[in-house]
Ligand binder design. Structure first.
Ligand code: SF4
Length: 556
């Protein structure tokens, strides 16, 4: 057995990063003059907000009183006492990955940190054991190619965090105002069409963030995505930092776009800058530090990077980044850039040949992202027995098992089927995504996962679609399931029927990502959940009947 998840050398990336550190030391004097202890980034940013006449939000005030990373003892003490935290303590506890999710569930949720979504069979076994011993016996695959454990009792919160740490999966910074799980091409290193294997970059970036205390000083959450190209869409343009591999006249670079936040109806915007692979960590670090200094500490609704860019403009922001870097960013004209091949819609499902001759990866469908502990352990065993003990989660709430010799693919598929799972999905189910919904999230207006499964069942028996369609159900405006970038996006809403208030959705159409990038538009407000099937069926039927040759949902 061997683990190929991160077996590529880090040296060149770390070398590039250290060169940047030296350059920065030489060009930027620490605030307050040289010598002495470096300033605390969080306190410095808050001091600046106060000096400008602002009033810190309660969350900023709580962070100011004691750094959240120094509050582990409070989590451990509450676990001993068997109590859940009050709201502000819950917010602070999220720096360690623990979320109290009452009143939806009288329990903790723990969100993991799995850079690029790649984990070993050993880790998957360990997660399955934690799910059984300390949580609800299942794990949810998220839209950040990550896992969440739910139904964790008060007494088990600290234990879950410690056991994940034992597995090399410390969930630090997976909630609250932190850099969330970094997403990347799940086929990194195995994809015949990729431009670069992003795994070593991801690993260096992940550890840099995890081990740099100053980077836990953000005003709000922050998403980073690195696409190396290939078959599986990563939705990188919905991230605060989006890096997309491109060929250029000067060799491979990442196109840098910033400020994506699809829940606020905005994709990452162009900067004209590109980043060399060995500069990624250094550039991300500089962007984060500018965001820490410039982000809003007085209004959380305006505290994301998008609003910093709206306020000062991209060029001024890049100027601050360059000052941090101590050198200009590399700019490149569009004519000098050649993007890679577009990803395949629903390329995360099914059996695919790898870059390595004779090997395949299998995209396994997970029903609306939920895996029982037994299934997770079983998939780990399939990966160990037939592949390289590597599992790769995707932002489509499913996973790939890689490195399977072609003659063993039928056996691996049979083993997956024996777990009650499949590598096949209809054009409707392959892009079915649902957030947690009201079964586990207090913000949700509807039971998204249940309605998603019911909707797919309803549609599959009534219509046959000849092109992949993405249907995303999200429980509230936070848009964890990114309804604005779906062909059919359903946003949870309460619907009045007589004197009753029913679960339902606002119906959006025409969203897309990657080559189909577009924010969806709302066409029907307030469809009750029991009317969802007929409403979506009517929409699909009209599209099938009226579309012109090859016309996608975006232009319909
Ligand atoms: Fe909860 Fe809203 Fe996110 Fe769904 S979209 S998981 S309801 S916060």
């Amino acid at each position: 057995m061997h683990d190929t998840a991160f077996d590529v050398t880090q040296q060149e990336y770390l070398k590039g990063f250290m060169a940047g550190v030296e350059a920065r030391r030489g060009s930027l004097a620490p605030a307050g003059g040289g010598g002495g202890a470096p300033p605390d980034a969080l306190r410095a940013a808050q001091d600046a907000a106060i000096a400008a006449g602002g009033t810190l939000t309660p969350q900023e005030q709580a962070k100011r009183e004691k750094h959240p990373l120094d509050r582990w003892d409070e989590i451990a003490t509450r676990a001993e006492a068997g109590t859940f935290p009050k709201p502000i303590d819950d917010f602070l506890g999220r720096f360690h990955g623990l979320f109290f999710v009452g009143p939806a569930q009288d329990a903790f949720m723990c969100r993991l940190r799995i850079p690029g979504g790649i984990l070993s069979s050993h880790q998957a076994d360990g997660i399955a054991a934690i799910a059984e011993d300390c949580a609800g016996g299942y794990a949810d695959v998220t839209t950040r190619a990550n896992l969440q454990l739910r139904e964790i009792p008060a007494t088990k919160g600290a234990e879950v965090v410690m056991r994940l740490g034992d597995l090399g999966l410390l969930p630090r910074g997976t909630g609250a105002d932190n850099v969330r799980n970094i997403t990347a091409s799940p086929t990194a290193g195995i994809d015949p069409a990729e431009l670069i294997d992003t795994r070593p970059i991801l690993r260096a970036l992940h550890h840099h963030i995890l081990h740099t205390r100053d980077l836990f000083a953000l005003p709000r959450k922050f998403n980073i995505s690195v696409s190396g190209g290939g078959a599986v869409e990563v939705l990188q343009e919905t991230n605060d930092i989006s890096l997309t591999a491109v060929e250029t006249d000067l060799g491979l670079r990442f196109r840098l776009t910033l400020g994506g936040i699809s829940g606020h109806r905005d994709f990452a915007r162009g900067t004209g800058a590109v980043v060399a692979p060995d500069e990624v960590v250094r550039v991300c670090d500089a962007i984060l530090r500018v965001f820490i200094a410039e982000g809003d500490r007085t209004d959380r609704r305006k505290a994301r990077l998008k609003y910093v860019l709206d306020r000062m403009g991209v060029e001024a922001f890049l100027g601050l980044v360059e000052a941090r870097l101590g050198q200009p960013l590399e700019r490149m004209a569009e004519e000098a850039i050649r993007p890679g091949a577009p990803p395949a819609k629903h390329g995360h499902v099914g059996v695919h040949a790898q870059r390595q001759p004779g090997l395949s990866y299998i995209g396994v469908v997970t029903p609306v992202g939920r895996l029982t502990a037994m299934q997770l352990r079983g998939l780990a065993e399939v990966a160990r027995r037939f592949g390289s003990a590597t599992l790769r989660l995707t932002v489509w709430q499913n996973l790939l098992i890689s490195d399977i010799p072609e003659p063993h693919v039928p056996e691996a598929l049979a083993a997956i089927a024996a777990l009650g799972l499949t590598h096949e999905a209809s054009a409707l189910r392959g892009g079915l995504v649902a957030c947690t919904g009201n079964a586990g999230c207090k913000f949700a207006a509807s039971n998204t996962k249940r309605h998603a499964a019911q909707l797919a069942d309803y549609l599959e028996t009534r219509i046959s679609i000849d092109a992949p369609i993405n249907i995303h159900l999200t429980g509230c405006h936070h848009s964890c399931a990114q309804h604005y970038v779906a062909d059919i996006g359903l946003l949870g809403a309460k619907v009045e029927r007589g004197e009753d208030l029913l679960e339902g959705y606002d119906l959006h159409v025409g969203g897309g990502a990657g080559p189909e990038q577009k924010i969806g538009r709302m066409i029907v407000k307030g469809v009750a959940a029991d009317e969802l099937g007929p409403a979506v069926l009517a929409l699909l039927t009209a599209w099938m009947a009226q579309r012109r040759q090859g016309e996608s949902f975006q232009s319909f």
